[in-house]
Write a protein that binds this ligand. Structure first.
Ligand code: ZN
Length: 257
């Protein structure tokens, strides 16, 4: 029942409003998930289990309190344990900001934190990633997750992110990975109908399906890239407790000085 409601909401509610709408629905469900089997490292609340989530709903995925998904919990742990994101003074550009992060990052006294998106009502700056309205070398950090598979020219978008990052700066640029991964990224601009896109690219608003060459595409834009399978570094009990994604790769990019 819950699964089918969530699938329906994800399919029917226009994408920009999905996070806003789902926030209210999900918050109301937290009560029914009381318990202490799983814990969200982002908001520190614990539950019996997480909510199911996804077009094909995955069990134990969505935090009923802050809406963090598996990959958000993993990224948060990565930032906390592997970077100076929570301590060093940093200017941050967060493209297509995830609702579970916005409020927290805004509260961090060490950050000058700017959110941007072409359509999301959650972001402060309205911008097209093909033409980022900031000067060269403006930011210490950038996050841009689950964007590249939607944009017309991902090579240009990557070059734009590289341009606004200062030398020595870093970022995380995630994409959805559909296993088994194709060798090469597949794109075909003649595929335009939502149904055909869903079939070819895995979702009705995607315009390409990334393959094993994704990191090389980032490198072409200038970045140094580490493909970090962070879940593999963590003990089994943490992977279970935080319900972390087994296959997720964190694409950690740097603009070398
Ligand atoms: Zn949470």
């Amino acid at each position: 029942m819950i699964k089918s409601v969530i699938s329906l909401v994800i399919r029917k509610v226009p994408r920009p409003y999905l996070q806003l709408v789902s926030h209210h629905i999900v918050k109301g469900m937290a009560f029914f998930y009381r318990g202490n089997k799983v814990e969200c490292p982002v908001c520190l609340h614990h539950f019996r289990k997480f909510l199911p989530y996804g077009r094909k709903a995955r069990e134990n995925a969505l935090c009923p309190n802050c809406l963090a998904l598996e990959r958000h919990r993993l990224m948060y742990l990565f930032l906390k344990r592997k970077t100076e994101f929570f301590s060093k003074p940093l200017k941050v550009l967060h493209v297509a900001p995830e609702i579970c992060f916005i409020h927290r990052f805004e509260q961090q006294a060490n950050l000058e934190y700017i959110t941007a998106d072409i359509e999301s009502p959650l972001a402060k700056v309205k911008m097209d990633i093909h033409r980022i309205p900031f000067g060269d070398n403006s930011f210490d950090v950038t996050f841009c997750n689950h964007v590249m598979e939607h944009v017309k020219d991902d090579a240009l978008a990557m070059r734009e992110l590289y341009r606004v990052l200062r030398p020595g700066g870093w970022g995380i640029i995630q994409i959805p990975l559909f296993h088994p991964l194709p060798e090469k990224t597949f794109e075909d601009p003649s595929i335009t109908s939502p149904a055909a896109r869903e079939k070819a690219f895995g979702q009705n608003d995607h315009v390409r399906l990334y393959g094993k060459d994704y990191a090389d595409r980032l490198r072409k834009a200038g970045f140094s890239v580490q493909e970090n399978r962070y879940t593999k570094e963590l003990p089994e009990d943490e992977v279970k407790r935080y319900a972390l994604p087994e296959e997720e790769i964190i694409f950690f990019v740097e603009k070398k000085s």
